[in-house]
Design a protein around this ligand. Structure first.
Ligand code: FES
Ligand code: FES
Length: 163
């Protein structure tokens, strides 16, 4: 067992953790945060994406003990229970989800991407957006709604800056 201090969505806890346990597992079982989804469990689908110190990472490929002292954020930290984050709203209006299993991973991959594009005043092409989501798999939507949602989230904010 290794003493490990993690902050998940602002909640800090020090736990005795077996070194073999994955971050995704610890977030779900010890912090009772269920927005982290496990799809493939070997780094292919992106469902388990969380932010570790603000950077998107795959929690199924990360040992919890590697995150000692780090801040972890999951989809629950984005827009709260009402899903008010601009990207969540765009996923809703552009039909960027169906079953929703992949959605937390897409949102956590895309939130910093959208933020960066807006900060730089850039509207990416659809091809660039598809490249940005190339590490995430969705079995339902065919990706069109997801790409449209990203476009909308960025354009709405760029227009808001100009207004
Ligand atoms: S569950 Fe982590 S990448 Fe698929
Ligand atoms: S919405 Fe079902 S897997 Fe993406």
């Amino acid at each position: 067992m290794t003493q490990t201090t993690l902050t998940v969505n602002g909640q800090t806890r020090t736990l005795e953790v077996e070194p073999r346990r994955l971050l995704a597992d610890i977030i779900r079982t010890e912090f009772d945060v269920s927005g982290v989804h496990i799809g493939c469990a070997h780094g292919v689908c992106g469902c388990c994406t969380v932010h570790i110190d603000g950077i998107p990472r795959l929690s199924c490929l990360t040992f919890a003990v590697q995150c000692d002292g780090k801040e972890i954020n999951t989809v629950e930290s984005l827009g709260g229970f009402d899903a008010t984050h601009v990207l969540q709203q765009a996923f809703k209006s552009e039909h960027g989800l169906q079953c929703g299993y992949c959605t937390p991973g897409f949102l956590m991959t895309l939130a910093p991407y959208v933020e960066k594009k807006v900060a730089n005043g850039e509207m990416p092409s659809d091809e660039e957006i598809r490249e940005a989501i190339s590490g995430n798999i969705c079995r339902c939507t065919g990706y069109h709604g997801i790409v449209a949602a990203v476009r909308k989230a960025i354009s709405n904010q760029l227009e808001g800056q100009q207004a």
